[in-house]
Design a protein around this ligand. Sequence first.
Ligand code: UDX
Length: 432
Amino acid sequence: MNICMIGTGYVGLVTGTCFAELGNKVICVDNDPRKIGLLKKGEMPIYEPGLEELVHKNVKAGRLSFSMSIADAIKTADFAFIAVGTPPRSDGSADLSYVENVSREIAQNLKKYLVIVEKSTVPVETCEWVKKTVSKYNRKKIPFDVVSNPEFLREGTAVTDFLKPDRVIVGLESDRAKKSVQKLYGPLKCPILFTDTKSAEIIKHASNSFLATKISYINSVAKICEKVGANVEQVAEGMGFDPRIGRSFLNAGCGFGGFCFPKDLEAFLWISKKLGADFEMLEAVKKVNEEQIIHFVHKIEEALWIINGKTVGILGLAFKPNTDDMRFAPSIDIIRMLQERGAKIQAYDPISMPNAKKVLQNVALKDSVYDVAKGADCLVIVTEWPQFRKIDLGKIKKLLSHPTIIDGRNLFLPENMKKLGFHYSSIGRKSV
Ligand code: UDX
């Protein structure tokens, strides 16, 4: 089938490339000449494991190409996916102007029946607005359908998440669109849930907010564990055996970040308020997350007593491992709070340092974990990159001015750290 994928961010580029991998002919469109220029040269505008190889393979096979023109790309398309940004406005609502622009441009260039798929994370009822907008500018009255197909891709594992999904959610209104969508997603051999468009949109809001709730829940439990000397890892394991709860997303830490959870939480709160159906629980989820970051900085303060003038080494800057994404990364707030207290910061991240440079000030970015430890008064772990678990702790101990590690992702066992002679403080476990 022919697909026009509009927007080459994390969602659009991964989705478009994976559809090409499934044998479709895909044109990825973006109005950013820099991104299209890079992609045409075979370079990736983002870091996502496995994506670059898949892009090269499908470009070579003639199934994937890049363009700046929606008009050209939808000429032969069976589907037009809208995967453009919906950035947050200051009141928490999503800015839908890119979605509106693209809908209008699709309408003005319609040549034949088209299934328009809303893929961007959008507030409930956006599909209806897309439909109204396309109808308004579709002067030749070409038939079309608008479908809501929310994405559930996690950065860092987005390619696998696409190719092996738990489920595909499709909100639609017509049998004609349903047949096309079944054909498109059929090769993935996964459950496809067809719903009305508003339910599909709410599934996205509700899923991300629920996952964020799980994290804030376990972070609140972690605080109780700290008070009584229990171990949150064991508590999560015990809870996770119950299939009604499940172990995933019960990792206590120094707070969640990224471009999805904080933004989607705000957007769902904003919508619920607008609809007069206040979702107070989500206010608490947000507050717990904000406080968790402050709580983590207090742990650093407890370990150092006076932060002013001390050198703090930060390990991990990206909002999670296997991504270069710094958007709403907890590291940004943690570093800001430490700097406000007079700390000198040196930091290392395996992938995100070029992006980190753009958002962090007065941070000495180092070439390795060991360079960060050198001369630091303590080491602070913010992102759980798998390679950090394998660091030579003996070497780290010698390089640090004081053998102190404050671990925001519970990478090590407190008893081992004690044996190695560290002062080690983590989340929801006894400090040693
Ligand atoms: C999320 C959703 O998981 C995905 O389905 C959706 O489509 C996009 O948003 P992503 O933002 O890539 O994906 O990251 P995710 O793996 O969900 O992690 C989000 C944040 O939560 C990270 O900062 C992570 O460190 C934190 N987290 C996650 C925890 O603190 N504890 C956990 O147990 C899991």
